[in-house]
Design a protein. Structure first.
Length: 315
């Protein structure tokens, strides 16, 4: 933008010289450099905090599906990118061993209950022992608890959709063995409706940004279009603040560490488009118009519209 305004100044100066409105002396020869310097320090430097801008991205939550049990996949009835409702079956695991365990525990409960009934009957007749009643009662409770767990595992052979959404990149096939390892997921499930449009604002330019301020968004996939938005939230933490649990002492911060930007969440105000119309992973640029140095907002608006039109030729 500085180069563009400088070229405009040079054209005006050229016309002024040709029309003999000014004499081309040393001052006018170096005036383009003076013009660029004034633009930089008076207009463009204050614009960095008066109307800060940064890269914007659409985020969508992805649920990694991990079964509660281990086993061999028996059926995968879903299709990739197919709309699903909460509770729809994603895949099933061979239930043979889990059903057998349930049958075994039910048989043991029936035997222990029968022994408990006989022990109580003998106690009522005065020929039984209290210890036998206590033993068989404990057996019934123990097997019942194991049965509850076995039924839970049997129910886990049917893996269902945790919410409304769809499955993406479906590569799971019948015959594949799956496990309940938290380090490995088997299906990526994209939840419906929950989207976040976030712009990264550098730390030195964040101090005047507040919720409720107006913003503009230019998406790479929407060339020539500038969307109106509003700041709804500032995430006052970034990955640099996180300490990963490990046996290694965390390194103290140094001057060489990069200053990571903070995410500012935006809500679209444009009637022609909502967040649901923008796919996850779409990128672009967003500018926030603060109450500081409002005179620079016009320049930022021009720059945003220039970028919107250059998106036609950007790869």
């Amino acid at each position: 933008m500085i180069v563009f305004l400088t070229l405009v100044y040079v054209v005006v100066l050229f016309l002024a010289v040709k029309l003999e409105l000014v004499r081309l002396n040393t001052f006018w020869k170096i005036s383009p450099v003076i013009w660029m310097t004034l633009l930089f320090f008076i207009l463009f430097v204050p614009m960095q905090w008066g109307a800060p801008a940064g890269a914007v991205r659409m985020y969508r939550p992805v649920i990694e599906i991990v079964p509660n049990i281990n086993g061999v996949v028996q059926d995968v009835p879903v299709r990739a990118l197919e709309t699903l409702q909460q509770g729809d079956v994603l895949f099933t695991i061979d239930p043979t061993q889990f059903q057998a365990r349930v049958d075994q525990l039910q048989a043991q409960i029936r035997l222990s209950q029968a022994n408990l009934d006989r022990a109580r009957d003998l106690m009522d007749r005065g020929v039984g022992r209290q210890v036998d009643v206590d033993i068989y009662s404990a057996e019934v409770q123990n097997f019942t608890a194991q049965l509850d767990n076995a039924l839970w595992e049997l129910d886990g052979t049917v893996v269902r959709a945790p919410a409304d959404g769809m499955v993406v990149a479906l590569s799971l096939r019948p015959g594949q063995r799956v496990a309940n390892l938290p380090l490995r997921s088997w299906i990526a499930f994209v939840e419906k409706g929950h989207r976040r449009l976030a712009v990264g604002i550098p730390q030195s330019r964040l101090r005047h940004v507040e919720p409720g301020q107006k913003a503009e968004v230019v998406m790479r996939m929407l060339p020539g279009k500038t969307l109106n938005a509003t700041v709804i939230e500032i995430l006052r933490i970034n990955p640099a603040a996180q300490i990963q649990p490990s046996g290694i002492l965390p390194q103290a911060p140094t001057a060489a560490d990069p200053a990571l930007p903070f995410a500012v969440v935006l809500e679209l105000d444009d009637d022609s488009m909502s967040l649901n119309d923008i796919p996850g992973g779409a990128v672009g640029t967003a500018a926030i118009y603060t109450e500081s140095v409002s005179a620079t907002h016009v320049i930022r608006k021009v720059m945003m519209r220039m970028e919107a039109w250059t998106n036609y030729i950007k790869p």
